[in-house]
Ligand binder design. Structure first.
Ligand SMILES: [Zn+2]
Length: 330
């Protein structure tokens, strides 16, 4: 039997580990040392040491309390960690989001994309190309059916819906993830002069954004609605009783999954769903994989198998994380 090639990363109980090193990538349980690509809850834990951008450390601290030994790292400033040279690149997913490129002692450059988005954002640093030999690529929307319409067109249709609601005396409620998606939507609307009122979780996250230099004018929801306002709530709260007194109202959820069809709105308890995503779509992921120059792509999360198959069809050497590759003996 042919020997197994040493994979660049291994998927273990805590998440992804950079093979042969103590470095975890977005470990989901407490670890000695983890790179944290961004502050969404499925990427953070109370690690002993954390490598992340300063905004990510701030946003993580907001969610988890004080982080013991953060190592805040700026973008595009390589630094050494044992035998590795590490460098962070913007990922365009939310404020502070980063990709990590690790150059190993053998010279092989491994890039971990984290969650990544290439559409221009108002509240996140634009994604940069992190050229590499091995790319570990997220594949949340890595199926060919996910092709997002241009972001500005979708946001314009969200605004048109808000306008119709307000003109008809109806309170418009946007349902969005409280950190990242909400601030992006609110920045777009506040720049256009809409007064905003947000649930406490959205409001508090926005305060941290402001501390990081991204300020958004918004009022904290206290039970009352003032005509002309746009409400911004997390989906699980927006469909509960918190908004019982706000009537008449209409709700719209902002999510890339909106492309799956009208049932998505119902699933979120909303009247409508708009495909506003902070992840790259299928084409964006394929384009990025090619642009990095990687000779090997390891996909993970979501449609990992489908994206790997599509990349193989494009002539790249790709496979989902955890699947093994056999070396030729000759
Ligand atoms: Zn995320």
């Amino acid at each position: 039997m042919a020997p197994l090639a040493m994979p660049a990363v291994e998927l273990r109980r805590n998440g992804l580990n950079l093979s042969g090193t103590a470095l975890w990538l977005d470990a989901t349980r407490k670890s000695e040392l983890s790179f944290v690509s961004h502050a969404h809850s499925d990427h953070i834990a109370r690690h002993e040491r954390v490598i992340a951008t300063a905004p990510t450390v701030k946003l993580m601290t907001h969610r988890l309390g004080k982080i013991p030994s953060p190592l805040p790292a700026p973008y595009n400033r390589p630094f050494e960690l044992g035998p590795l040279v590490l460098e962070l690149f913007p990922a365009g997913h939310m404020l502070g989001s980063a990709q990590l490129r690790a150059t190993r002692a053998d010279g092989v450059r491994v890039t971990y994309s984290g969650d990544i988005n290439f559409s221009p954002m108002l509240t996140a640093e634009p994604a940069q190309l992190a050229e590499c030999d091995t790319l570990i690529l997220e594949s949340t929307f890595g199926h060919p059916r996910y092709r997002f319409p241009p972001r500005d067109e979708v946001l314009a249709s969200v605004e048109a819906w808000i306008r119709r609601c307000l003109d008809g005396g109806v309170a418009p409620v946007l349902l969005c993830y409280p950190m990242g998606k909400s601030q992006e939507a609110m920045k777009y609307l506040s720049d256009r002069g809409y007064p905003l009122c947000a649930h406490a979780s959205v409001y508090e996250a926005s305060r941290i954004y402001a501390e990081c230099g991204v300020s958004i004018r918004v009022r904290r929801f206290g039970g009352d609605y003032r005509p002309g306002e746009v409400l911004v709530f997390p989906p699980r709260i927006g469909r509960g009783s918190a908004l019982a007194k706000v009537w008449p109202r209409q709700t719209a959820v902002l999510t890339g999954w909106a492309l799956d069809g009208p049932q998505i709105a119902r699933r979120y308890g909303a009247d409508l769903a708009f495909p506003v995503s902070d992840h790259a779509d299928f084409e964006g992921l394929v384009r990025y994989a090619k642009a990095t120059g990687a000779s090997e792509v390891i996909t993970h999360h979501g449609f990992a198998r489908e994206l790997a198959d599509a990349l193989c069809a494009e002539g790249l050497d790709a496979r989902p994380v955890g699947s093994v590759k056999q070396l030729e003996l000759f």
